[in-house]
Design a binder for this molecule. Structure first.
Ligand code: GDP
Ligand code: MG
Length: 598
């Protein structure tokens, strides 16, 4: 029967090892997409994904495969991102599957996110099919990589498929392995409906579209569904699958991965990880759902135009449906007005959220300097958690400030171990251990403050190791540190949205750096703008943005009109992410100066 012919799997790997390209070949081989409609990384359909060449969102598609045993199988393939900031997308994808294709680059070998992602799959008891990709490369070393998979992950790699997603080698072998090695979904067609919401998206016509994996029973158009988390009920208006465009179906049944629409207009009603059941014949118990994911970094998000506050709220609510790791709550800033404090999994995530809000919801936004959260013990014995530096209590009320620490694992060829250690030391890292992965690669473990990791560690790591290092981290707890709050004053006034927390040893150096960075980024105004960095009442660095001298257009005097127009347009574009703080116009880059202080 049908259920026996279903195979659900995710493709997981370190970034750039070829997941999306392998998905392309599988779609082609199964005629899901005609050759003429094919483009590289076709599942990366978000504009931002194509521009950056990375996968940001999971993507589930249904395809049909005629196997060597003569039977036709229904595959649900979920392509996933590789970047550490999007690992929540990976873990949610895995919960919808019975198997995972583990793709490892034949020239790079096992990297930090290979391990992180395969452990997620192992925790979910998935059948793992190892694929060694890019064997077409002259530098490919499939045997070395096989040995790494066995030693580092403990998987039997003797049967690993040798593939090239680029040249189409090994694709059929992969499809056959999915048929033979990945189990068909278990679950009972006759039981009450249980479908896991693993993703969702807001559609202005159809309302909330739920992406689900059906674990028991079936659902069809006209059914009355119930969301088990809050008991809300809706009538199903459409069900279907992505292939890769939406294709309507009469029903979704046990084992299927597809979508449901039910005119759900109130966004707050739906939650990723919730279970959908039938109102008339409800399941007794909801599925396990997902663990809550804690943001790593926080930033204030403000509309450039204060009147757009409600638009921003609506946009955040809609985006949150499609980005389950995003958190936000209202806050206000003296400098910027009303906005939201948002929590992200990292700076790439933060950047993607800002871009998506601006593109998909047509908003102009200013984001404040990102910060981790701090646990502050007060002298009265209470503890407060601060995710906004401007809310740091008076020094006289603080007995101790604790900051989040991570265990960072850095994989690197042994030639670069010295460079990695030097960098980690400079970032307040504390050496833990060093293990040889094979004869020439090493895994170096450090305890480090999360803030040092988030801000520029990865870029520095890449440049210090010529791109050979990969790394992963997990938060392990909070530790006391000698931290101080740095205030930034523009024109004599403290700007709350620019203040940040820094280790005392770095305070002087960073104060100087940020002042000179701000001097570069803040454009000249009609008047002189003094910039100061201060700890408490003590100014530790200062500089001045000189006043304007001449009008921009003066340069074009007598010049042709198109040049003038271009200049004006350039100015306008530059203005987009600019906000008046008191009397000073401050551009977006200024708020990010904290990230570029090296
Ligand atoms: P993902 O980040 O894992 O989704 O990786 P992509 O599919 O986006 O591929 C990353 C890069 O590797 C792209 O430039 C691909 O063209 C390239 N690539 C993928 N598979 C192969 C392969 O089998 N051989 C070679 N030579 N390049 C490949
Ligand atoms: Mg990809």
């Amino acid at each position: 029967d049908r259920q026996k012919h279903i195979r659900n799997f995710s493709i997981i790997a370190h970034i750039d090892h070829g997941k999306s390209t392998l998905a392309d070949r599988i779609l082609e081989m199964t005629d899901t997409i005609a050759k003429r409609d094919m483009q590289a990384q076709v599942l990366d359909d978000m504009e931002l994904e194509r521009e950056r060449g990375i996968t940001i969102k999971l993507n589930a598609v249904e395809l049909h495969y005629q196997a060597q045993d003569g039977e036709t199988y229904i595959f649900h393939l979920i392509d996933t991102p590789g970047h550490v900031d999007f690992s929540y997308e990976v873990s949610r994808s895995l919960a919808a599957c019975e198997g995972a294709l583990l793709v490892v680059d034949a020239a790079q070998g096992v990297e930090a996110q290979t391990l992180a992602n395969v452990y997620l799959a192992i925790d979910d008891d998935l059948e793992i099919v190892p694929v060694i990709n890019k064997i077409d490369l002259p530098s490919a070393q499939p045997d070395v990589v096989k040995a790494e998979i066995e030693e580092m992950i403990g998987l039997d790699a003797s049967e690993a498929v040798l593939a090239s997603a680029k040249s189409g080698i090994g694709i059929e072998e992969i499809l056959e392995k999915l048929v033979t090695d990945v189990p068909a979904p278990t679950g009972d067609l006759k039981a009450p409906l249980k479908a896991l919401i693993f993703d969702s998206i807001y559609d202005s016509y159809r309302g909330v579209v739920l992406n689900v994996r059906v674990f028991d029973g079936m659902v069809k158009v006209g059914d009355k569904i119930r969301l088990m988390n809050n008991g809300k009920e809706f009538e199903v208006t459409e069900v279907g699958v992505m292939s890769p465009k939406a294709v309507k179906r009469d029903f979704l049944m046990v084992g299927d991965v597809g979508y449901i629409t039910a005119s759900i207009k109130t966004i707050q009603d739906t939650r990723v990880g919730d279970t959908v059941t039938l109102a008339d014949n409800p399941a007794a118990k909801a599925l396990d759902g997902y663990r809550h994911i804690q943001p790593m970094v926080y930033s204030g998000m403000y509309p450039v135009d204060n009147a757009k506050f409600n638009d921003l709220r609506e946009a955040l609510e809609k985006l949150q449906l499609n980005d389950a790791a995003l958190e936000f709550e209202p806050e206000s800033s003296q400098a910027l007005g009303f906005g939201f404090r948002c929590g992200f999994l990292g700076l790439l995530h933060m950047d993607v959220v800002q871009e998506r809000l601006e593109r998909e919801f047509n908003l102009d936004l200013i984001m404040t300097a990102p910060s981790v959260d701090y646990h502050v013990d007060l002298t009265d014995g209470t503890e407060v958690v601060i995710d906004n530096p401007s809310e740091m209590p008076e020094t006289s009320n603080i007995s101790e400030v604790k900051e989040p620490y991570v265990k960072a694992s850095i994989m690197v060829p042994n030639d670069y171990v010295g460079a990695v250690m030097e960098l980690a030391q400079r970032k307040r890292g504390e050496f833990v251990t060093m293990d040889y992965l094979d004869t020439y690669r090493v895994n170096v473990i450090y305890n480090m403050p999360l803030s040092e990791i988030i801000f520029d560690f990865f870029d520095d790591l890449k440049s210090n190791t010529k791109g050979y290092a990969s790394f992963d981290y997990e938060v392990t707890g909070y530790r006391p540190s000698d931290l101080v709050k740095m205030d930034i004053l523009l024109n004599g006034e403290s700007v709350d949205a620019l203040s940040f927390i820094v280790h005392r040893d770095f305070a002087f150096e960073r104060g100087k750096a940020i002042v000179s960075k701000l001097k570069e980024t803040i454009p000249r105004q009609q008047f002189e703008v003094p910039i100061q960095a201060a700890i408490g009442n003590k100014v530790i660095a200062r500089s001045t943005v000189k006043a304007f001298r001449k009008n921009v257009l003066a340069k074009c005097y007598g010049g042709d009109i198109t040049r003038k127009r271009k200049l004006l347009e350039k100015q306008k574009a530059g203005k987009k992410r600019m906000k008046s703080v008191g009397s000073v116009e401050v551009p977006q880059e200024a708020f990010m100066s904290i990230l570029k202080m090296n």
